[in-house]
Write a protein of this length. Structure first.
Length: 128
């Protein structure tokens, strides 16, 4: 029995967490959690398609393993930027992530993960 729905529901919960972080002005944290929500949504799709779960945190690598491109690929590349940079001060030459990551970047990350999530929900709902 596949657990893709568990992964998809956790992705949805992470997406809500990212929105709350954004609303509170925690843009770096929101970006990181967007990456996490996107990763979980894509891993849910891997399980739905009965692929082995890809052992990576890179959304782009998961997209490649799924032989996808287009909008999913574009959004994955945006979100991959925040896996490290959204958390660790040494990801930047100076300054901490909360000082460096902007509201606009967080808006783009939220839009990207919402796109990924919507595509995966549509595909799993329609059996694709």
């Amino acid at each position: 029995m596949t657990r893709y729905l568990d992964w998809l529901h956790q992705a949805e919960n992470d997406l809500q967490w990212a929105k709350h972080s954004f609303a509170g002005g925690f843009y770096a944290q929101s970006c990181f959690v967007c990456q996490q929500a996107g990763e979980k949504a894509l891993k849910a799709y891997c399980l739905f398609k009965e692929y082995d779960t890809v052992r990576t945190h890179s959304l782009y690598q998961i997209i490649r393993a799924l032989h996808e491109n287009g909008k999913l690929e574009q959004c994955a590349k945006i979100l991959d930027l925040y896996y490290i940079a959204g958390r660790y001060p040494d990801a930047f030459p100076g300054g901490a992530p909360y000082e460096m990551i902007t509201r606009e970047q967080a808006e783009e990350a939220l839009a990207s993960v919402e796109t990924i999530y919507a595509i995966i929900v549509e595909r799993t709902s329609s059996g694709k």
